[in-house]
Ligand binder design. Structure first.
Ligand SMILES: [Zn+2]
Length: 314
């Protein structure tokens, strides 16, 4: 569904009765405060994960013509990125950057790498969000468009691939999992799969419901990634440790349990506060830092997608 279709759908659904989150809290905490100091971990001879302002930047040096990066790091981390890349290869020349989605934590150094001639590949919806002023409901404000120098230069809608040295890189859309422009990037030879914020081993899973993201989309996207991968695949989330497929599957199963519980509560007419008070996230194999924010966003997404859920909803 494209953004226009989503807004058409959203306009047709009932307005939730609970109060808006509005100024209650920001959209996300400063990642740098939650993450360890800059670090890098080598996955193969040509693939390294570097921590750039709390964001995982996956760096491939398979091509002697230039590096391929997955995401460019958090805002104000340009010197950290440059130092990390110089440790991988002295000239630190970047040929291609993929943005897994439009958030600033993934696109913070786009201008820096684009200025050196790098191509920036992303889903078309990522370019749209970065090139347009938009409303941030949780902060009750407009976000200004990013400067044109930061925008993706090459966009796609479904899938794509490129060859980088001996590495085959396949990429594709993961509809409505975290935003409406999430993508995976799969390094076939290395069997390493970057999934952005569609996996959340450290932070609360988050849903940009105003883009159309919702728990059902997240579970579907995680199933797509399980189909792409095998037992030996290493999965790179937007932040936090490298995951095994088994760890990723455990997060997927937990999200499906959450989907089912939130849906049952939504059918009963519970507000997010009632869901928190009713312990809807209790007994899961992880704790939430901010259960109300997650449940508010999840419930908004359920309303937007109610027509896909159950024939008993009118
Ligand atoms: Zn994100």
């Amino acid at each position: 569904m494209d953004r226009r279709d989503f807004f058409k759908t959203a306009a047709a659904v009932a307005v939730p009765l609970w109060p808006a989150l509005s100024e209650v809290e920001g959209r996300s905490s400063p990642l740098a405060a939650q993450q360890p100091a800059a670090a890098s971990r080598r996955l193969t001879d040509t693939l390294t994960v570097v921590d750039v302002g709390g964001t995982n930047v996956l760096c491939s040096s398979a091509n002697s013509q230039g590096l391929v990066l997955i995401d460019s790091g958090a805002p104000k981390s340009g010197s950290q990125l440059t130092a990390a890349l110089q440790a991988v290869r002295k000239d630190a020349k970047v040929q291609v950057v993929f943005n897994t989605h439009y958030h600033a934590d993934q696109t913070g150094n786009n201008e820096l790498v684009a200025a050196t001639g790098a191509k920036i590949i992303a889903h078309e919806h990522t370019r749209q969000w970065m090139s347009t002023d938009y409303w941030v409901p949780a902060e009750n404000r407009y976000q200004k468009a990013r400067p044109k120098a930061a925008w993706p230069t090459d966009t796609f809608r479904v899938t794509g691939s490129l060859k980088s040295g001996a590495e085959q890189i396949d990429y594709g859309h993961l509809p409505l999992a975290h935003t409406d422009g999430d993508i995976y990037i799969f390094f076939r030879e290395a069997n390493v799969l970057a999934v952005g914020d569609v996996a959340s081993p450290l932070r609360d899973p988050s849903l940009d419901y105003f883009t159309g993201a919702w728990i059902g989309g997240r579970v579907d996207a995680m199933d797509m990634l399980l189909t792409l991968s095998n037992e030996a695949t290493r999965i790179i989330p937007a932040a936090g440790p490298t995951m095994t497929r088994a760890e990723f599957k455990a997060e997927r199963d937990m999200m499906e349990e959450v989907r089912s519980r939130v849906w049952a509560r939504t059918l009963k007419g519970d507000s997010p506060d009632e869901m928190v008070a009713g312990g809807v996230l209790n007994g899961l194999p992880r704790a939430w830092n901010d259960p109300r924010k997650f449940l508010y966003d999840a419930a908004q997404g359920m309303f937007a997608h109610h027509n896909k859920l159950d024939p008993s909803v009118i």
